[in-house]
Design a protein around this ligand. Structure first.
Ligand code: FE2
Length: 365
């Protein structure tokens, strides 16, 4: 076996660039059960932006907005709407990761640099990926502060139940233009040494109206999974085309987060006002037979519109939120895995029919 030139220790954080970080932070706290742990902005000596760090178990989101018009953050929010800017990955050595990536063809965004404060130091370096999205390599092994130097720790009151039971990021999906999927698959193979674990053609993932193709890339340790979608020819506009139109280019389509009790998590999210895609009752007529025995009650899954699928290794349960902003772009997935390593391809058809009902309501189908 060849040496893994790009060892990844997992997800470090996902940074969203948004129009109004104060309100976005409130939304992710109140609706999704995140806790605010750190802040940087004018009050802490940062002059051009405000950033809120939000955590739930192993998941760390950062929401950032500009506070003046002359800002790449403001321009990004204007061009793309609220969305994912940085899928940051934890590495043992950010300088080495950056050098390996750039030597293999990645574009440099920020050279390796060390940031320090009284709690220690963090090494960071950033490369480009699809659209305006970037990957920052983070080595925080020498740091004991809340998040990064420049941020002050900030603790909101924790709920008694400690969030809604979202545990860790499972995968983050990128949407790219027609004909570009294989380019980005090649990028993750070459630059990260990732391998393709699974792919879906438009035969698997097509409905009467729209279709897509998808390949899933994973790192050597299996900690990070990046499905890449491109639109496929359909009778009407694909949901991927709709994303590309409203995001004005490629970007992150959804962030999937794991739960170990999806029924409780979805109930809590619904109580807090998170909207989910609905699934026709008819879906549950043949699903128990397709998926076989599961630990959960089918009544609960039907009531909450949770989807189920099985592969060779086990089964999984999943559900998708409505988009998290007015543009039909970024949304979230909650997933509970019982052995299954797939992404619910047996559900794709049911999912896309549900997404298309929403798309039709917006007049974009
Ligand atoms: Fe997903």
């Amino acid at each position: 076996m060849t040496e893994d030139f790009m060892p990844l220790d997992g997800w470090d954080h996902v940074e969203l660039w948004v129009g109004n970080a104060k309100q976005a932070a409130f939304y992710y706290e109140q609706a999704f059960g995140f806790h605010r742990t750190a802040y940087a902005g004018p009050e802490t000596g940062v002059r051009d932006r405000a950033s809120y760090v939000l955590e739930q178990n192993e998941i760390r989101l950062v929401v950032t907005s500009a506070i003046r018009s002359d800002s790449e953050i403001g321009r990004h929010a204007f061009d793309h709407g609220d969305g994912v800017k940085d899928i940051a990955l934890r590495v043992p050595d950010a300088k080495v990761a950056f050098r390996e990536a750039v030597a293999r063809g990645a574009d440099c965004i920020v050279e390796p640099h060390v940031v320090k404060d009284d709690f220690g130091e963090v090494e960071l370096a950033t490369i480009a990926t699809y659209g305006d999205v970037v990957h920052t390599f983070v080595d925080r092994s020498g740091y004991e502060g809340a998040y990064l130097p420049g941020y002050v720790a900030q603790e909101t009151a924790k709920d008694a139940d400690d969030g809604v039971g979202l545990l860790a990021i499972d995968h983050i999906v990128g949407n790219v233009e027609l004909g570009r999927m294989d380019h980005w698959v090649g990028f993750y193979e070459q630059v990260f040494g990732m391998t393709e674990m699974i792919h879906f053609s438009d035969d698997d993932i097509s409905t009467e109206y729209s279709a897509l193709m998808s390949k899933v890339m994973t790192d050597g340790r299996g900690k990070v999974k990046f499905p890449i979608n491109e639109p496929a020819e359909g009778k009407r506009k694909s949901q991927i085309d709709e994303y590309l139109e409203f995001n004005e280019g490629p970007g992150a389509q959804h962030v999937a987060m794991q739960s170990s009790n999806i029924v409780k998590t979805v109930e809590a999210l619904q109580r807090r006002g998170v909207g989910f895609l609905t699934t026709p009752d008819a879906y549950y007529e043949d699903t128990p037979e397709r998926v076989g025995e599961i630990d959960e009650s089918w009544d609960d899954l039907r009531r909450l519109k949770i989807l189920a699928d099985r592969d060779d290794d086990g089964y999984l349960l999943q559900i998708f939120t409505k988009t998290a902003q007015d543009r039909p772009t970024l949304f979230f997935e909650v997933i509970e895995r019982h052995g299954a390593r797939g992404f619910g391809d047996g559900n794709f058809k049911a999912l896309f029919e549900a997404i298309e009902r929403e798309q039709a309501l917006r007049g974009n189908l």
